[in-house]
Design a protein around this ligand. Structure first.
Ligand SMILES: [Zn+2]
Length: 119
């Protein structure tokens, strides 16, 4: 047995059997990686999972449902332009209704999907 144990990198060095749906591609070199990989073993690029977004889906949903008419959730999500539109038209009640629906949509989304879109 002359296997060099010092270079043993668990599950990143040896390409694992990548099942479909569990693969993502390195933004640096395009190598196929397991979705759980946080760094590319080929080019060294590290991609901290963007899934831990700075915005909380439930907070956004509550803001949308209760304060949606003022576009507060849009400001929260960094969509200031939309926030202003909602704010300007809050008296028409329409932003309130739209905000309420958006709140429900946020609640029904998965965290991943939400972060992908708004994170
Ligand atoms: Zn890479």
């Amino acid at each position: 047995m002359t296997h060099d144990a010092t270079h043993h990198e668990p599950h990143l060095d040896h390409e694992p059997h990548l099942k479909e749906g569990e693969t993502k591609y390195c933004p640096g070199c395009g190598k196929a990686l397991h979705v759980s990989a946080v760094a590319c073993p080929a080019c060294g690029a590290s991609f901290e999972r963007p899934l831990l977004g700075s915005r909380n889906r439930v907070i956004a949903a509550l803001l949308a449902i209760f304060l949606g008419g003022f576009g507060i959730h849009k400001f929260y999500l960094g969509q200031k332009g939309w926030g202003l539109v909602y704010l300007l038209f809050f008296w028409t009640v329409i932003p309130g209704i739209v905000g309420f629906i958006e709140g429900i949509i946020y609640l029904c989304m998965s965290d991943e999907r939400f972060t992908e879109k708004y994170g």
